[in-house]
Design a protein around this ligand. Structure first.
Ligand SMILES: Cc1cc2nc3c(=O)[nH]c(=O)nc-3n(C[C@H](O)[C@H](O)[C@H](O)COP(=O)(O)OP(=O)(O)OC[C@H]3O[C@@H](n4cnc5c(N)ncnc54)[C@H](O)[C@@H]3O)c2cc1C
Ligand code: SF4
Length: 316
C-alpha cells in the first residue's frame, strides 16, 4: 500500500472542499471497497477524507410520502428499516443478497453506489485494463470473460457494475443528491448516474471531482409485489451473474431491471411495455443490441429465465 495522509471532515461541505482541494484525494466511508483496492495499489489516493462524522446517517420521510436516505446510512440499517421493509421490499431483498453481515454493517449507501467493478483484470496490476490504466488495453475481451458484461459494453471495456442495491434503486426510480465543492447541490436520476464505458471506461459515473453524495431519495411507494432474484456461482458471498429486481402490479404490469449484465443496472422501458406479449418478448427487448462473448452468452438465456421466475414469484 502507498503512503497517504488522512483527515476526518465535520460537514458535507468541508468534505467536498477537502477532496477538491488536494490533488489525488478521495472520500472514504465504510472503506470496504476502497481499502481493498488500495492494498492492491489499484487505487492510490494521496489523501483520504473520512466522511463518517458528517451526519447524513438517517432515513427520513419526505413531504410527498417518499424516503430520504442519508449517504452514511449503513446497508444493514437501510435493509432493516421498517418503512423500507414494508414499502420498498425490493430494496431490502437486494441489499441482503449482497456481501456478508459484517460487510453490510460497515458499507454505506453512498459507498455502495460507487463500488467498483469486479472484473478480475481490474484487480491485477500486471494485466492490461483501460478502466484502471486508460489506454493500456482490455485483457478481458480475449481473456476470461464469463462473469463480464453482455450489453452496454464497448470495445474499450466489457466490465459490469457489480452491486445489488442499485438494481433495486433503478426499479424504484431513486434520485442521487449531491453537494459540490462550491456548495451547490444537484439531483441525478439513478438511471443517469452510472456511465456506459464508451472510450472512457475509467469514469464509472457522472460525479465531478470533489462531488459528495449526500442522500438517495425514493419517490412515494409503488405498491405491488417486490422481488429480487440473484443468480451466482456460490449460494452466498458472491456477485451476480444475473440478477433481476422487479415490482409486479395486480394488473400484470411490472417494472424490472437486471444486474450482472451491463456497466450499470439495466432497465429498458420498451421491455416493460412488451410484457403484454410475454416474458420472451420482454427479455428480447431488454437485451436488444447485446454483444456477448462466447464465454458469457449463457447470460442471455439466464436473464430470460430469471425474469420469468421473478414474475411468477411476483404473482404475474
Ligand atoms: C468480500 C466482499 C463481497 C461483496 N459482495 C457484494 C455483493 O454481493 N453485492 C454488492 O452489492 N456488494 C458487495 N460488496 C461490495 C460492498 O457492498 C461495497 O464494498 C460497499 O457497499 C462499499 O461501501 P463503503 O461505504 O465501504 O465504501 P468505501 O469503500 O468507503 O468507498 C467506495 C467508493 O465510494 C467513494 N465514496 C464513499 N462515500 C461517498 C460519498 N458519500 N460521496 C462520494 N463518494 C463516496 C469512495 O471514495 C470510494 O471511491 C462486497 C464487498 C466485499 C469486500
Ligand atoms: S473489462 Fe474493463 S475492467 Fe475488465 S480488463 Fe477490460 S477494461 Fe479493465
Amino acid at each position: 500500500m502507498r503512503a497517504f495522509s488522512y483527515e476526518r471532515a465535520k460537514t458535507p461541505a468541508d468534505a467536498a472542499k477537502a477532496v477538491a482541494g488536494t490533488q489525488g484525494a478521495k472520500f472514504i466511508a465504510g472503506g470496504t471497497n476502497l481499502l481493498d483496492l488500495m492494498k492492491l495499489e489499484v487505487e492510490t489516493p494521496t489523501h483520504l477524507v473520512d466522511v463518517q462524522d458528517i451526519g447524513l446517517d438517517k432515513v427520513e420521510k419526505t413531504d410527498d410520502g417518499g424516503l430520504r436516505i442519508g449517504a452514511l446510512v449503513s446497508n444493514t440499517a437501510l435493509a432493516a428499516h421498517e418503512r423500507v421493509r414494508r414499502d420498498y421490499g425490493v430494496l431490502t431483498r437486494a441489499i441482503v443478497s449482497g456481501a456478508s453481515g459484517q460487510l453490510r454493517n460497515k458499507a454505506t449507501t453512498g459507498g455502495n453506489l460507487l463500488q467498483r467493478t469486479r472484473c478480475p483484470y481490474f484487480y491485477d496490476t500486471n494485466m492490461a485494463c483501460n478502466k484502471r490504466q486508460p489506454g493500456s488495453g482490455c485483457a478481458a475481451i480475449d481473456g476470461f470473460s464469463r462473469p463480464l458484461g453482455v450489453i452496454g459494453t464497448s470495445d474499450a471495456c466489457i466490465a459490469t457494475y457489480p452491486g445489488d442495491m442499485a438494481v433495486a434503486l433503478r426499479v424504484l426510480d431513486a434520485t442521487v443528491e449531491t453537494v459540490k465543492p462550491d456548495g451547490s447541490t444537484r439531483s441525478i436520476a439513478i438511471g443517469d448516474f452510472h456511465r456506459l464505458p464508451g472510450d472512457k471506461p475509467q469514469q464509472d459515473n457522472v460525479l465531478e471531482r470533489g462531488e459528495l453524495i449526500t442522500y438517495v431519495t425514493l419517490p412515494k411507494p409503488l405498491g405491488g409485489r417486490h422481488v429480487y432474484h440473484k443468480v451466482r456461482d456460490r449460494a452466498s458471498y458472491a456477485f451476480a451473474l444475473v440478477s433481476v429486481a422487479a415490482v409486479v402490479q395486480k394488473d400484470g404490469s411490472a417494472r424490472f431491471a437486471f444486474g450482472g449484465l451491463a456497466p450499470r443496472p439495466w432497465r429498458v422501458d420498451a421491455a416493460e411495455a412488451a410484457l403484454g406479449s410475454g416474458v420472451q418478448a420482454a427479455a428480447a427487448k431488454a437485451l436488444e443490441g447485446a454483444r456477448p462473448t462466447e464465454q458469457n452468452k449463457f447470460k442471455l438465456t439466464l436473464a430470460e429465465r430469471t425474469l420469468a421466475a421473478v414474475l411468477v414469484e411476483g404473482g404475474r
